[in-house]
Each structure stands twice: as structure tokens, then as C-alpha cells.
Ligand binder design. Sequence first.
Ligand code: AMP
Length: 483
Amino acid sequence: MPTIHEEWDRRQKLYSLLMPVMNLYVPGLDKGKGLYFLFVKSETKTPSGLVARPVLTGYYRSEHFKKRPYDPYNVYTSPDEAILCVDSFQSMYAQMLCGLLMHKEVFRVGAVFASGLLRAIRFLQVHWQQLAHDISTGILNPKITDPSVRECLAGILKPSQELADFIIQECSGGNWERIITRIWPNTKYLDVIVTGAMAQYIPTLDYFSGGLPLACTMYASSECYFGLNLKPMSKPSEVSYTIMPNMGYFEFLPHDPSAPPLSRDSPPRLVDLADVEVGKEYELVITTYAGLCRYRVGDILQVTGFYNSAPQFQFIRRKNVLLSIDSDKTDEAELQKAVENASLLLREFNTSVVEYTSFADTKTIPGHYVIYWELLVKDPSNSPTDTVLKQCCLAMEESLNAVYRQGRVADNSIGPLEIRVVKSGTFEELMDYAISRGASINQYKVPRCVNFTPIMELLDSRVLSTYFSPAAPHWTPERRRTD
Ligand code: AMP
């Protein structure tokens, strides 16, 4: 994505609005600190010699971030040296250690997306013993070798047997429920994006935080920052973002799934920001200061209302179709809904789907949908039975659209849906793999559909059990007309 230096001034203005808005709803945040897990990646060069890096790496390395004036509302537990360390293990270790050392001062816990915060919790689950050891002895883990991180932690890490004992007590029993509020008892909310593709992490975040409010503060992309949520404490399903008209030039392509595809003969009619209508769905089209011209971001938004004259939008989904075997087209929102519906059957087993991805398996004829599930079984003595997991396959099929079900029932063009349950920690490995290939930790999103051979091999090597839909889903021609 092209960007220009002055873009940071504009983006900084958007960032600077977040805390004044939050302060309207959660007072006293200037008396505590934010534990935010933020990461950078190393830079690369394009063939023409331009620097290429993830947008947030650019921001954390900018003078805007590094030389920010002291602001009591934006004090982080993570030192800049830890955020700016390119080794993701050392960076995470240092940030977690500082978060533990300052645990009583933490008023909010966050990351950019929900997946980043869950990765941090996972890190705590794996490394709490070493972290507690460092706190007990006051000696930093020798695996932290970055000199600037070591130097700055030397000023923060003081031995405290009391704190080490507290961490051991909270982490050693293997019970991770409410771990966030147990370790950071003054946390008032989690600051993570859980709208769009991140919505499926809400139950897991609720489990780790005991249902703390989830604040989705802004809506942004590498191409352009768009806007902010003026009611950050609203429920994730009710979040609307107000687009800031000064961030770029915004136009909207009316989104009508039944309309014929765009062609030269039927050029799109774009609607200006001021002219969008409440209730309608649009695809976001941006023209940026850095040079993108009428660029389709791929996000579908729905107008929910206005703040003064500024329209507000609910994030509906990214446009891309995820799965298709025949004429069926399943997008991210449909797949998410199907996983949600099927996972209701797991409730009585106190089990939830913590991660999922999918694959259109066309090696067999007919092809079929494969859904990889990583489960959180809270009570291993009551784990879901094979019969229930087969019923989950069918429940997913029942949730999918009529074209899919027609393919399954009438046309036999789609085979029974398959669920492959993978070992706990598999999606963590998937993220590690993506990061090793250049993905940014901050901006990483679990792909909801995979087809890259090494990723498939990784997933398949972690499969514990597989289940197929035991029956055909419901479908009738009448139903299809109204669907
Ligand atoms: P990236 O450029 O990798 O940071 O990804 C930007 C994309 O992430 C956006 O175009 C959206 O699809 C998604 N995204 C960013 N912010 C939000 C949000 N607040 N809610 C839902 N999706 C978001």
C-alpha cells in the first residue's frame, strides 16, 4: 500500500480522539496504565528500493510514537524498547513481564485485534513459571538477549517473592477462567477489536476476563484509517464506527448481492459519504492522500445512523467468498454463523470452538467443505461425544444458504460436510508459521479459509478426529425462493 510521511499527522489525530471519547464512559483512566501487547516486524525493501513494512510497525517506529509527549491517559506498561524489539518472543516476554510487575496499576488490557490478546494469554499459560522465577530472583531470563530490552528491564525488574508467589498461585492450578481479572484486578475493560472476523473470539475473551466490557475503539486499515467508535462501551454486536471525513475521500458502492456483476457497460454508481442511506449496505471505496484512487477495500458496511451529519457504519464483513464447491458461495459471515450455531450443541459439554478455519476439498467427487475446529474442553470428563460432533456437522449445513443445501440435497454436487478436530495449540502454530513468513503479529487474522499446502499439512498433522454430517440438511424448492 502506498503511504506518505504526512499520513502520520492525520492518523495521529484519529488516535488522539480515542481517549477523550473513552473518558466520557470510563473516568479515571489517567490514574492507571494500559497493558497493551504491541509488536513490530523487520522491514523489507521493494525491488525499487522503497521501504515496506506493516502499517503498525511504521507507526511504532515513527517519531509520532517514539517522541510522543507524556499523556497520563496513555501510559503503557510496555516500554518502547520492548515494543520495538523485532524478536517476537523477546518482545512478548518483556511486555508480559512488565505487565506482571505493574499488575495493580493496569486499568485496561489490550492488543490491536482479539487474536493478539489471546496469543498473549497463551504465552502466559506456557511461560508463567519462568516469568515468576525472574520476578522471584530479580534476574532476567537469559533468553532475553536484546541489549536495549535488557537495559530497560534492569530498571524495572526488582525481586519480589510476594508477587512471584501470587503468580504461581494464580497460574499453577491449570484454571484459566477469569485469569485476566485475577492477575490484573483493576482492569476495567479489554481494548481489542472484536467486530467482523474477530467476533468469534468473544466467548474465549469472556472466559478469560469474566465478561469484562470489550471496547472496539477504531476502524482502520493499511490503506487508510477510517474512523472511530463514539460509544466504545457498546456491545460488540451494536458497534458502529463513525467515518472521519478528513482521513481520505470516501465513496460507497451500493452492495446488492443479487445485482449482476459490474461491467464496462454498467459502470458503478458511487454514493458520496454525505448521501448514504440508513439501513443500506455499501462497499467502501477510498481515494487516499498517498495515491490510491477509487480503491475497493473489500469491506461491506451498513449505515446505522448519523452523528450530526456524519454517517455511522456497522462493519458487516469482508466481501470475499470463502468456500465454493459448485454454484454455492459461502462467505465469512455465513461460515461464522454456521460455526456459532453448531457450537450451541457443545454447550452442555462446557466446550467451545476457540478457533476454526475451512477448506473446500475438491479432491473427492463431489467435493465437500472441511472445517477445522480447535476446541476448548473445560471439563475433560464430559467431553463432546462422537454423535454430538456429527450433529455439529449437520447443524453447520442447516445454517448454510439454500444454494449450498440444494447442492447437497437435490443436485448431489456437494458431499457431506466434515469437521476435523485439531489438537489444542494448532492455531497458535499456524500463526507462528504466518509470522515466520512475514505476517505482522498486530495485524494477523486467522485465515477463515486455507488452501496453501504447508498450512494444510500442518493442520492435517494435528487432527485428532474427523466427523461427517450423518444426514442431508433440510431443503425444499419452496424454501429456496424465500431464502
Ligand atoms: P490490515 O490492513 O491488515 O490492518 O486490515 C484491515 C482490515 O481489517 C479492514 O479492511 C477490515 O476488513 C478489518 N478491520 C479493521 N478494523 C476493523 C474493525 N474495527 N472491525 C472489523 N474489521 C476491522
